[in-house]
Design a protein around this ligand. Sequence first.
Ligand code: HPA
Length: 270
Amino acid sequence: MYDKINETVEYIQKITRFKPSIAMILGSGMGNIADEIENSVSISYKDLPHFSISNVEGHANKLIIGDLCGKKVIVMQGRFHYYEGFSQSEITYPIRVFKKLGVEDILITNAAGGCNKSFKPGDLMIINDHINMSGSNPLIGPNDERIGPRFPDMTSAYNKDGIALIKKCASKLDIKISEGIYMFFSGPSYETPAEIKMASILGADAVGMSSVPEVIVARYCGMRVYGISCITNMAAGISGEELNHNEVIEITRLTNSRFSKLVKKLIEEL
Ligand code: HPA
């Protein structure tokens, strides 16, 4: 793994000497902010050694490196999902590459179903903790102590100062945002109403099919993590309506300008 990471990093550094300090992984339909990056270099996943390629609609499969709001950033336009058949280790490979490139802060976003009944589609939620219901973990397997500890702590997986900062940014921009716990299901089927009832009883405010493996590996590597969910629908059984991916894409599209403003403000303040 260590040698593979070095190969990917060398490939990127041959294309650009840019040293990003902030990484962003953007959820379905939330990739537009990458278009605002200045002096950008774009690298297709297919050209990157040891990278996977996602087949999900709304994911561009590109790394964008450049300047955003005065900061050096690297953005994953499109992420890998457990439900696509990748292992959680494959999904999180880019995080290890980012660490080696010098990234210290990572913003991870996703589309999620709301199981907190006070939420509405289009709401934004700061993730303040998670529950991993996937039955797996991206760190299963041999550990390389040069990268991180065997048993990484997850007490403050989502940076406490970061949560306060996102709230401050949202308030300055007059954007409503709540905070809550994200529960990770493998998907790809949406949850059943019974599973959502369980999720709520266990303390989840939102459910989704991504982010948790990336957060675990980012913390393992010692990065500061910030998480934001866009609530695209009420989770199964809450509103009684059936769920579909088009609705998820449509709501993220409608939320994009608010979401981008918030993200840019956060990047500026980090
Ligand atoms: N469940 C799981 N993942 C999701 C949902 C949902 O309701 N909405 C968007 N991603």
